[in-house]
Ligand binder design. Structure first.
Ligand SMILES: *Cc1c(COP(=O)(O)O)cnc(C)c1O
Length: 368
C-alpha cells in the first residue's frame, strides 16, 4: 500500500521572512562586531530553515541536538557547526565528528572530546560556559573554570580553547543586563591573564541579549550571540519585553488545520464525569447548546491546545485529545457565518508549538 501524507494539517514556513529576520539581526550585530550563531533547534533543524541562517550570514549554525547538525554539511551548508547543549559524555565522539565547536562545563567530557578529536585527527573548539546566575549549565566556581581553561590550553593538544560563554534567561529567568554580561567579560579577562593570550570568542547569550544591541549598551568585548527564537518567531522581545521592532516578521510560521465535524451539541458533557484522555479532572461550563467544530489535529502535533490562537475571530479553543481539537464556533454563527467540513482554520504559532509541529510527521511542511 502506497501512502504519502499530503494536505492538512500543514505548517506554512515563509523562508523569505525567516531570512529577512536573520539578516536584520546579523546586520545590526555586525555593526558592533558581533557574529551570530544561528540556532536551529526551535524548528527541529528543518534543512530549508537552516539554509536561511547560512544564506543570511550566520558564521555558525548551532543546535542542542547532533541529529539536527549531522545532515547540514551534506546539504551544502558550509557554516561552522556548534553543539550548544553541553555534550553527553557518551556522544563525545559524534560531537567532534559532526561539530567544529561545542559549549562545555565538565572536565571529564572535555577529556573525551580531546581523545576523540585526536582519534579523528581534528582540532575541536571549546567554549567554556560560565554560570552567572541563571543556574542551568556552566561553572559556578570561576576558579575551577580558569583551572580547566589552563588545562585545555596546555595539556589538550586536540582542543582549542576558543572562548567563554554564558546562558541567561532560560531556567532562572535572569536578564542579560549590561552588568551581567560584563561579569562574563571579567571572567574572560581572568582566564586571558592565566593563559597569556586573548580569547577569540566571548559568547554573550541568546535572543534576549539582542536587547543590549538594540539599546546600544552591549559590553564592548561580547562578540558572539546565539540566536534562535528572535528570528524564527520574534515574539519574546516584542511581546514580553515591549521592544518595537518593525523590521521583524512575526508570522514566519503559520498552522492550518482541517475541519472534520461541525455539529450543535451541549457544552456540558452528558453522563457521569470521570477523567479526560490524559487522566485529568476537568471542570466543564454549561453554556447550553453551542455549535462546535472538530479539527483533524491534536496534542501529539502541537502540544498544549490552550496555546492555540486562531487567526479568525469568533473561535474558542475548548480542548483537545491526541488527534482531535475541539472549537466552539457559536460566535461565528451568531454573526451570520459558519464553518463547514473541509474548511481550513489557521492559527498563530508560538515557540512550544513550533517545536512540536516541526517534529510531527503528521504535519506537512509547506515552504513558501
Ligand atoms: C536554545 C539556546 C540558545 C538560543 O536561544 P533563543 O532564545 O532561541 O535565541 C542559545 N544558547 C543556548 C545554550 C541554548 O540552549
Amino acid at each position: 500500500m502506497d501512502y504519502e501524507r499530503k494536505g492538512y494539517p500543514e505548517l506554512i514556513v515563509d523562508l523569505n521572512k525567516l531570512r529577512s529576520n536573520i539578516t536584520q539581526v546579523v546586520r545590526r550585530c555586525d555593526e558592533i562586531g558581533i557574529e551570530i550563531a544561528g540556532v536551529i533547534k526551535g524548528c527541529n533543524g528543518l534543512i530549508p530553515c537552516a539554509e536561511q541562517f547560512y544564506r543570511a550570514g550566520c558564521r555558525w549554525i548551532a543546535s542542542s541536538r547532533l541529529d539536527q547538525l549531522a545532515p547540514l554539511k551534506d546539504a551544502g551548508i558550509q557554516a561552522e557547526l556548534m553543539m550548544i547543549r553541553i555534550p553527553m559524555i557518551t556522544e563525545a565522539e559524534d560531537v567532534v565528528r559532526i561539530c567544529d565547536y561545542s559549549l562545555n562545563s565538565e572536565i571529564s567530557v572535555i577529556r573525551e572530546l580531546n581523545k576523540f578529536a585526536g582519534k579523528h585527527d581534528k582540532i575541536h573548539n571549546i567554549i567554556l560556559m560560565a554560570d552567572c546566575g541563571d543556574l542551568r549549565e556552566g561553572y559556578w566556581d570561576k576558579d575551577e573554570m580558569a583551572d580547566v581553561a589552563v588545562m585545555i590550553e596546555h595539556e589538550m593538544h586536540n582542543l582549542h580553547l576558543a572562548g567563554v560563554g554564558v546562558n541567561v534567561g532560560c531556567y532562572g529567568s535572569v536578564q542579560p543586563t549590561k552588568e551581567k554580561l560584563q561579569e562574563l567579560v571579567d571572567i574572560a579577562e581572568v582566564i586571558e591573564d592565566r593563559i597569556g593570550r586573548e580569547l577569540e570568542i566571548i559568547s554573550g547569550g541568546a535572543t534576549s541579549s539582542f536587547m543590549r544591541v538594540i539599546d546600544g549598551d552591549m559590553p564592548a568585548r561580547i562578540n558572539m550571540l546565539r540566536v534562535g527564537e528572535g528570528v524564527l518567531l520574534s515574539y519574546d522581545l516584542k511581546v514580553l519585553y515591549g521592544y518595537d521592532l518593525p523590521y521583524m516578521h512575526t508570522d514566519t510560521f503559520r498552522l492550518r488545520a482541517e475541519v472534520v465535524e461541525v455539529k450543535d451539541k451541549p457544552s456540558h458533557p452528558v453522563g457521569e464525569i470521570g477523567f479526560d484522555a490524559f487522566g485529568h479532572k476537568i471542570e466543564y461550563v454549561d453554556r447550553g447548546i453551542r455549535r462546535r467544530a472538530v479539527l483533524g489535529i491534536g496534542k501529539v502535533d502541537y502540544g498544549d491546545p490552550s496555546e492555540l490562537i486562531p487567526e479568525m475571530d469568533g473561535i474558542e479553543v475548548l480542548g483537545a485529545s491526541s488527534d482531535h481539537t475541539l472549537l466552539d464556533i457559536q460566535d461565528i454563527v451568531d454573526k451570520g457565518g459558519d464553518l463547514r467540513v473541509g474548511d481550513i482554520v489557521e492559527f498563530k504559532v508560538n515557540y512550544a508549538m513550533m517545536v512540536y509541529l516541526t517534529n510531527s510527521p503528521n504535519v506537512a511542511k509547506v515552504y513558501i
